[in-house]
Design a protein around this ligand. Structure first.
Ligand code: FAD
Ligand code: NAD
Length: 406
């Protein structure tokens, strides 16, 4: 019998970790493994808000895929998936087509824009190296332009972030650090620049520990972040954002709106005809797609229920990595003729969100609350542990956040 073809699409947390684990657990003569990704690098999505604000260069965030995989065991194809055809066991790429016996879908997330008028056309999202780099350059361009116009435009200096979930909060934390540097660089008084975080729910970080939310808001407000809470974004145009608060419509003049108000699975999975729930696939216990025994879903394209809370687990890198490890173990079993697959249960080790340099909030080890420097150091430890797991000590030394005090 021919070796089975395993195709992994997407080299985010889910895809790359599946590949790295499979190259250790399977021999070359057991399976043909192909990894497909748009770019020749893997990026750490969890650092993109820093790249977008300009507090961290994007080269620190991306890692060449060839440095992570053993090319004698895994065939890497740099290409863009345009269609997944599960009934034919094929994947269409911009430049070709692949057939599979087993498919791992790790195509990640995209912004959910909820049909809000003008959002797609006029707002930025933090979703890839390219999108983060664009935000950084757009902000710098507006700062540079400001003093070169006779008619000084306030919208160039009003930075609006939609959503005060973890992404929005982490991003305004970075902006709060970056803006004073930009002001110095572009001769702009700090008080002319506004960083405004607009959140529809009655609180920032809805559902998170209220004491830590208060700490985060105080820390950010002290560094000049303004919050509009209970404010639902309704429309974005080229030069303003419109929101509704207390049944009144208000406007902010701005040409920088960064939309961080929700994510959904990559739309290719809906187009593929998989059963989906709000753009994500409600996977079976063993992470296979409903009705397809040969398709595993890892990361943000999958949704799994938390039986305790009866709500879906939030899509996170933490869970994507665990899904990848589980999927690699399942595929190894299948290839080696064992069809008894284990159920997947995520082990949530905590949640830590950064608020900029050396400040953060978090809950770890079930209920231990952390804030300030200790939370920030913990976040770097979590990030460093991922690098160690992915590429060993060499990768950690090259890309890690080794200074826990910064
Ligand atoms: P992704 O990481 O999104 O990777 C998808 C990959 O697929 C990418 O390499 C992409 O280039 C590739 N791809 C996409 N489409 C195609 C295509 N058509 N063809 C080929 N390749 C394609 N979670 C945490 O647990 N902790 C955190 O601290 C944290 N911080 C975050 C900070 C930010 C700013 C954001 C936006 C998210 C954060 N998250 C965090 C959530 C976390 O990043 C996601 O849950 C995680 O990235 C999902 O991993 P994934 O493998 O599903 O997809
Ligand atoms: P999210 O869905 O968690 O938060 C989006 C926020 O936007 C919510 O607070 C929501 O009320 C608000 N919102 C929605 N529509 C709005 C509107 N029209 N106007 C104003 N506000 C609106 O999305 P996210 O923050 O991008 O996070 C996505 C996933 O990534 C989550 O699972 C999150 O846990 C994870 N993440 C984790 C970390 C971390 O662990 N440090 C950091 C970033 C993201």
């Amino acid at each position: 019998m021919n070796n089975p073809n395993i195709v992994i699409i997407g080299a985010g947390y889910g895809g790359i970790m599946t590949a790295v684990k499979l190259q250790k657990s399977l021999n070359v003569n057991e399976a043909n493994i192909t990894l497909v990704n748009k770019h020749n690098y893997h990026y750490q999505t969890t650092w993109l808000h820093e790249n977008a604000a300009g507090t961290l260069h994007h080269d620190k965030t991306r890692i060449q895929i060839n440095e992570l995989i053993d090319t004698s065991k895994i065939n890497f194809v740099q290409d863009t998936v345009t269609k997944v055809r599960p009934d034919e066991k094929k994947v269409t790429l911009e430049n070709g087509e692949l057939s599979y016996d087993y498919l791992v879908v790790g195509l990640g997330f995209e912004a959910a824009t909820f049909g809000i008028s003008g959002l797609k056309e006029n707002a930025f999202t933090i979703s890839s190296i390219n999108s983060a780099r664009l935000i950084r350059q757009h902000i710098e361009y507006n700062f540079a332009k400001y003093n070169n116009e006779a008619d000084k435009k306030e919208e160039r200096l009003n930075l609006v972030v939609g959503g005060a979930g973890f992404t929005g909060i982490e991003f305004v934390g970075e902006l709060a650090n970056r803006v004073p540097e930009l002001c110095k660089e572009y001769d702009i008084p700090r008080e002319k620049v506004r960083i405004i975080n607009v959140e529809a729910a009655p609180t920032a970080l809805p559902g998170f520990d209220p004491e830590l939310v208060e700490y985060a808001m105080n820390s950010l407000e002290a560094r000049g972040v303004e919050f509009k809470i209970g404010a639902m974004i309704k429309e974005v145009t080229e030069d303003k954002l419109i929101f509704e608060k207390d049944e009144k419509r208000e406007e902010i003049a701005t040409n920088t709106v960064v939309w961080a108000a929700g994510v959904q699975g990559n739309s290719l999975i809906v187009d593929a005809g998989f059963e989906t729930n709000r753009g994500r696939i409600p996977v079976r216990d063993d992470l296979r797609a409903p009705n397809y025994d040969d398709v595993f879903i890892v990361g943000d394209c999958a949704v799994i229920m938390n039986e305790e809370t009866e709500r879906p687990y939030p899509p996170t890198a933490q869970i994507a990595i665990q899904m990848a490890e589980h999927t690699a173990a399942s595929l190894t079993k299948l290839v080696q003729g064992d069809n008894h697959l284990e159920s997947f249960t995520p082990k949530i080790q905590g949640t830590v969100a950064s608020l900029g340099h050396s400040d953060a909030i978090g809950v770890v080890f079930d209920d231990k609350k952390l804030f300030g420097w200790s939370a920030s150091a913990m976040k770097k430890v979590i990030d460093n542990r991922y690098l160690l797991k992915l590429g060993g000590i060499g990768l950690l030394l090259k890309k890690g956040k080794l200074n826990l005090f910064k």
